[in-house]
Design a protein around this ligand. Structure first.
Ligand code: UDP
Ligand code: MG
Length: 319
């Protein structure tokens, strides 16, 4: 009897990556062929691009590659929906097309593509999720490095256990893809989801290379958006902190008010203390606005989810 060889789908989100796609496909086909050759995966394994509304020639290049080689497939969004949506669409797309496991990797192949073999080995051992952990962040800018460290520290403090230097470079089994379908939330935070879902998880370290061509598609605003979505969709601890802070503030004002009344009655030496008043005013004003902001973030999250808009809209798909 023939032994079972899994169909591997490589999901590649891309946004204006015309400079990278061709060489990325060559390298990924190389990895697939090598794994087929070693009898680790099926010959019908394939690459699945998700064009996140590129405005350059990315989609034309993908279409041409698809005509030349049916191992290259793809999906195009009608506009840019962001990298997380592109990843989710990729996972959903390959689940519908059919696969036993899926690996997601960036179009610029900054992640070492040969780690896919280690991912597949872990999958064959029986793991449902294999998470890629970067060996270092030396290719990141200082800002990205510091903000990433702060973000992961904060997320862990808030109760969402995400390993440091985690990335969206991972393998997930068909079973994990099926479980994902049961999470209807539109703003699913994948890194949090795959860590808390409870499926058997392994970790594989990989090297990060500098970007081969083009430039990073993430800026300060998009990174903050990702971080805030991560926090508000996976932890309600900030809301609790706000409540505790509110309680402490109330207690403090009660004590101060009580003290003022006593002073008025027994010593009758009012004014003085202008500076203290202003200081306290600013301090509490600041805390209140900050707390309102935190609550606002959650209200915003509820608002976006409740509208139930589609995660993304497809323009075309190449199967
Ligand atoms: N990407 C995407 N949509 C976006 C931004 C980025 O699909 O709105 C893709 C991008 O093409 C790449 C991956 O997400 O394949 C990671 O992006 P990038 O390499 O720019 O991020 P960095 O490596 O700088 O974190
Ligand atoms: Mg990159």
């Amino acid at each position: 009897m023939d032994e079972f060889k899994p169909v591997l789908a490589i999901v590649v989100p891309c946004f204006n990556e015309e400079l990278c796609i061709k060489s990325t496909v060559d390298k990924l086909i190389g990895v697939l062929s090598s794994l087929v050759h070693k009898n680790k995966i099926s010959e019908s394994s394939y690459i699945y691009f998700v064009d996140d509304g590129s405005t350059d020639a990315s989609w034309d290049i993908i279409s041409d590659l698809n005509k030349a080689n049916c191992q290259v497939k793809g999906l195009k969004f009608i506009r840019n929906f962001g990298n997380q949506k592109a990843l989710i669409a990729g996972y959903e797309g390959v689940r519908n097309l059919g696969c036993d496991c899926a690996v997601s990797i960036d179009a610029d192949l900054q992640q070492d593509e040969w780690a896919i073999e280690k991912f597949v080995d872990k999958y064959i051992e029986g793991y449902d999720i294999v998470s890629g952990i970067r060996n270092s962040r030396k290719t990141d800018t200082l800002f990205k490095k510091t903000s990433a460290i702060l973000f992961y520290k904060l997320m862990n403090m808030l109760g969402a256990k995400i390993p440091m230097n985690h990335s969206d470079y991972r393998l997930i089994s068909k079973r994990a893809l099926d479980v994902m379908e049961e999470y209807p939330e539109k703003y699913l935070f994948l890194r949090g989801f795959f860590n808390e879902v409870g499926l058997k998880t392994a970790y594989v370290n990989f090297d990060v290379k500098p970007r081969a061509a083009g430039e990073s598609k993430f800026n300060f605003i998009s990174l903050m958006g990702l971080a805030l979505n991560g926090i508000t969709s996976f932890s309600i601890v900030p809301l609790r902190i706000v409540s505790i802070l509110g309680f402490l503030m109330a207690l403090f004002s009660f004590v101060v008010g009580f003290e003022t009344i006593l002073e008025k009655i027994f010593f009758n030496n009012t004014p003085n203390g202008w500076a203290t008043t202003i200081l306290l005013l600013c301090f509490f004003g600041g805390i209140q606005i900050c707390c309102l902001g935190v609550i606002g973030e959650y209200v915003g999250q509820v608002y976006r989810e409740v509208k139930g808009r589609p995660r993304y809209i497809k323009e075309t798909e190449l199967r």
